[in-house]
Design a protein around this ligand. Structure first.
Ligand code: CP3
Length: 355
């Protein structure tokens, strides 16, 4: 009854009517929907205050009261068209039994996977139990977000997760993971396979809980040579897309094989994702020609503009808008907004796009 009453008292909007979803389903909109990667984070004073109170980053991720609040902060302040679940890609290896912690001022750390250790396995029951607070956060966000705001779930991609599992952190062009890839291909493929399975189950549960689109972050895809890119980025993404669509055929999927240049287009064609998140090193004119015919383009403003603002920012916003205006486009940055960003520049960006 409680849920039924909520739906009567709160106006709702169908997922398919939300601007982000319309763009991901191929519609060309005169004003593109806009959200920013890492829109919840340290550039917001209200985030820093809550992180202090939570006593650690992972506590934010695993406490639904905190995670819901942090997700809502940038929506309240800026009114973005989409909200992304507040969490981190490393909750997946954590839920598979790897130790994960955050070094203040540095970033995430894991115990590196040593050669004599067995590969991590996927015990679905303990995996989902560990991640239950994330699913709860997703469900609560669907109730608390403004009715027109789409909710995006996400996961790290198998390759990027494998780099952290193997090396314990991101560094040295992911040399440790690339070394294992060639010195022990069977072991490396085994790790990619179990992570592919885990990511598929994780995304399906986020959608079960209320996520209306999902993004797969392959942040270190640029470290892969072409053959390895096909085997360890494209092929696992195809498996994930198929697994998710078998259960949730209508939920759009955004791929982000960051920094792969012309291979973005091959990735779009081979995986059939609904959208490609594009980093800032590609020209929007190229993306309009090579990617927009296959799927929606999300991007791709240089994140540094959020620090420096001014006419250079406005000129790049206008160029991206213009270049991608003939097809489906979601306005975003090429990578996450940084802690030194100025909120006034985010305001100026939204004014420029929405008029
Ligand atoms: O976009 C959002 O607002 C949602 C939240 C989100 C976070 N991490 C929060 C976070 C998302 C989508 C991520 C994804 C993530 N995490 C990726 C893929 C995207 C990318 O940026 O390439 C990666 C590689 C990670 C791993 C990770 N988490 C790193 C390397 C770091 C340290 C660097 C940094 O920016 O601090 C984190 C920490 C992290 N994840 C923070 C936040 C808000 C900062 C934590 C803090 O408060 O100190």
């Amino acid at each position: 009854m409680r849920l039924g009453q909520k739906h009567e008292t709160h106006a709702t909007m169908n997922t398919d009517d939300k601007l982000l979803i319309r763009a991901l389903k191929g519609e060309t909109l005169s004003i593109p929907p806009v959200w920013l990667m890492r829109q919840a984070g340290r550039y917001l004073p209200e985030y820093r205050a809550l992180r202090e109170k939570a006593g650690g980053f992972l506590n934010l991720c695993y406490t639904p009261d905190f995670a819901v609040e942090v997700t809502l902060q940038p929506i309240r302040r800026f009114g973005f068209d989409a909200s992304i679940l507040f969490s981190d890609i490393l909750v997946v290896p954590h839920a598979m039994g790897r130790d994960v912690w955050f070094e203040t001022g540095e970033g995430p750390r894991l115990n590196p996977l040593t050669d004599d250790e067995p590969l991590p396995t996927l015990n679905l029951e303990s995996f989902h139990t560990h991640l239950a607070p994330v699913y709860e956060t997703v469900g609560r966000l669907r109730e608390e977000l403004p009715k027109e705001t789409a909710l995006i779930g996400f996961s790290g991609a198998p390759w990027t997760l494998a780099t952290y599992v193997i090396a314990g952190r991101g560094k040295d062009e992911q040399a440790a993971a690339r070394q294992l890839m060639f010195s022990n291909p069977e072991r490396f493929s085994g790790l990619i396979d179990v992570l592919t399975d885990a990511v598929s189950h994780y995304l399906i549960r986020q959608i079960d809980a209320g996520a209306e689109a999902v993004q797969i972050f392959d942040s270190w895809a640029s470290a892969l040579a072409p053959n390895s890119f096909d085997k360890y980025c494209v092929a696992p993404t195809v498996k994930i897309v198929n697994a998710v669509r078998a259960v949730h055929p209508n939920t759009p999927i955004i791929g982000f094989p960051r920094g792969v240049g012309s291979e973005y287009a091959d990735f779009a064609k081979a995986t059939g994702v609904n959208g490609i998140s594009l980093d800032q090193t590609e020209s929007p004119e190229w993306a309009a020609r090579e990617i927009q015919p296959h799927c929606t383009v999300q991007g791709n403003l240089e994140p540094m503009h959020m620090v420096t603002g001014g006419d250079a920012m406005l000129a790049d916003i206008d160029r991206i808008r213009e270049a991608l205006s003939g097809g489906p486009h979601i306005f975003n940055l090429g990578h996450g907004i940084t802690p030194n960003a100025d909120t006034a520049n985010v305001d100026a960006l939204l004014r420029r796009i929405r008029g």
